[in-house]
Design a protein around this ligand. Structure first.
Ligand SMILES: Cc1cc2nc3c(=O)[nH]c(=O)nc-3n(C[C@H](O)[C@H](O)[C@H](O)COP(=O)(O)OP(=O)(O)OC[C@H]3O[C@@H](n4cnc5c(N)ncnc54)[C@H](O)[C@@H]3O)c2cc1C
Length: 451
């Protein structure tokens, strides 16, 4: 069940924290967000250390499909209507500048950067959002983009093997192998692996300390929560502002190569990109803890449309979804000075993590960032998804069962496909023996539940 990125890759290894430490900036989580934050802080000469509970890239990052694009399905019309032209334009520019930052890092001088570049199969690509139903949503998105000064082309042609109503394209986006990129960029960073942050305390001098699962203490001035789901429940209401959505991926050999990167505007639809001689198809998605199409949907599709193909690999993962489709990047809560967060990437974490690293490395080093207001986690929560999240929480808290999630006590659901216990409220997951697989739960189940 490993992703193709894990094949033939030697990620750098880092020591476990074995003694108490002191740092200016503590980064929690060694996925793409934490690693990019560490990279920028190192470049600035800031004092930092990164604590990763398992090994780097062992979370969602190791299982992504790694399309680097500012086209996040249909988002611009939505932002324009809810927050105005200026915010929609800032969202676009933040994401386009993230794409260019990857080009600089990956291509070196050829991509406008100054370094030597990174061999990570970075390729410029056109991204497309397609619709199988009607053109109207795509036309509205194209209009919204035109209002913020961005040209996107509407076409009825595609490389996909089924008829579409149309597709909206963004030129000059990109794709890469995320683990080749992160292996290169992380190798000289100050990282501790197998160092799981369990709690936060104030010592007798009133200084902040993070405590690891083995009781080591890390004294810090500022902290960046890059642990995928924010791990402090007491502030920021992230348990209401986020839920998790799971998706499945298969990699096919002997399927026709496609040149673009495609995603269905319907969240239940599929996504496509190629990597070398493989075609990656994503889909089967559902809220974690609920039922969905999983790999079966993808395999049925492959059998129908690519009958000569062979399945090379299959995997799955999940991402945090915000209430309004825009990530939460910035101060954790007004009650937690010096604490910052990056989460809620809505399955668009390649550019979002780059933005998070640019914004948060500015914030922790006391610099202004032009995009900060767009992603401010303190923005209004009054969105329909808030009520859905609240309803799910109440329903699952009241469900009578002994199988409960240690995070907030919701009833766990058995995932027949993956043989795991999943929480529909916030997306924590556990294997059959009760070992935690995905946060926000921070520990194992006391005893393995019976089916
Ligand atoms: C199927 C799928 C396909 C996707 N494809 C794309 C795509 O094509 N393009 C795109 O832009 N985005 C995509 N995404 C989204 C993207 O992959 C994610 O948003 C991104 O990888 C999240 O990175 P992260 O660093 O925030 O989290 P993670 O990679 O999950 O990293 C968090 C890390 O924190 C560690 N951690 C957790 N708790 C603690 C703790 N208490 N102490 C220490 N460490 C801790 C974990 O072990 C983990 O390593 C996709 C998502 C899915 C689900």
């Amino acid at each position: 069940m490993d992703s193709i990125w894990m094949e033939n890759i030697k990620l750098p290894e880092f020591p476990e924290l074995k003694s108490d430490k002191k740092t200016d900036i503590l980064i929690i989580g060694g996925g793409i967000t934490g690693i990019l934050c560490a990279h920028f802080l190192k470049e600035r000469g800031a004092g930092y250390m990164l604590a990763e509970g398992r090994t780097i890239c062992s979370g969602t990052t190791g299982n992504t499909t790694a399309k680097i694009t500012a086209q996040h399905s249909l988002i611009y019309d939505k932002i324009l209507k809810s927050r105005g032209v200026e915010t929609a334009a800032m969202y676009l520019h933040a994401n386009l500048s993230a794409v260019e930052k990857y080009a600089e890092l990956c291509l070196g001088q050829e991509g406008g950067g100054s370094g030597p570049g990174i061999h990570c199969d970075f390729e410029r690509k056109t991204s497309y959002v397609y619709s199988m139903g009607s053109l109207s949503k795509l036309e509205k998105e194209a209009d919204a983009l035109a209002k913020i000064g961005f040209y996107s082309e509407l076409t009825d042609r595609s490389e996909l093997p089924f008829p579409i109503a149309g597709a909206l394209s963004f030129n000059n986006q990109a794709q890469f192998n995320p683990l080749k990129f992160l292996a290169a960029i992380s190798k000289d960073l100050n990282i501790y692996e197998h160092t799981f942050i369990k709690e936060f305390i104030q010592n007798e001098k009133g200084e902040n300390e993070a405590v690891t699962h083995k009781g080591r203490k890390i004294k810090f001035k500022k902290v960046i929560f890059a642990a995928h789901f924010p791990i402090d429940n007491k502030h920021g209401l992230y348990f209401l502002k986020l839920y998790q959505h799971r998706s499945y991926v298969i990699a096919l050999e002997n399927a026709p190569k496609i040149h673009g990167m495609y995603v269905d505007e319907d969240r239940k639809g599929m996504s496509f990109r190629s990597y070398k001689d493989m075609l990656l198809i994503g889909g089967g998605s559902h809220r974690t803890g609920k039922k969905g199409g999983d790999w079966q949907e993808l395999r049925d599709f492959a059998r129908r449309y690519y009958p000569d193909s062979r399945e090379h690999a299959f995997w799955s993962t999940q991402d945090c979804m915000s209430l309004d489709g825009v990530p939460y990047i910035g101060p954790y809560s007004e009650n937690m000075p010096g604490c910052y967060v990056a989460s809620g990437y809505n399955k668009w974490g390649m550019t979002s993590s780059m933005i998070a690293a640019m914004v948060l490395s500015d914030m922790v080093t006391e610099r202004e960032n032009p995009y900060a207001a767009v992603f401010d986690p303190a923005r209004s929560m009054w969105k329909p998804q808030l009520f859905i999240n609240g309803f799910e929480a109440v329903k699952n808290l009241l469900t009578p069962t002994a199988r409960r999630c240690p995070h907030m006590g919701c009833a766990l659901k058995w995932n027949v496909t993956e043989h795991t216990w999943d929480c529909p409220c916030h997306g924590s997951r556990f294997d059959q023996r009760g070992t935690v697989l995905d946060n926000p739960a921070s520990g194992n189940l006391k005893k393995p539940p019976q089916k």
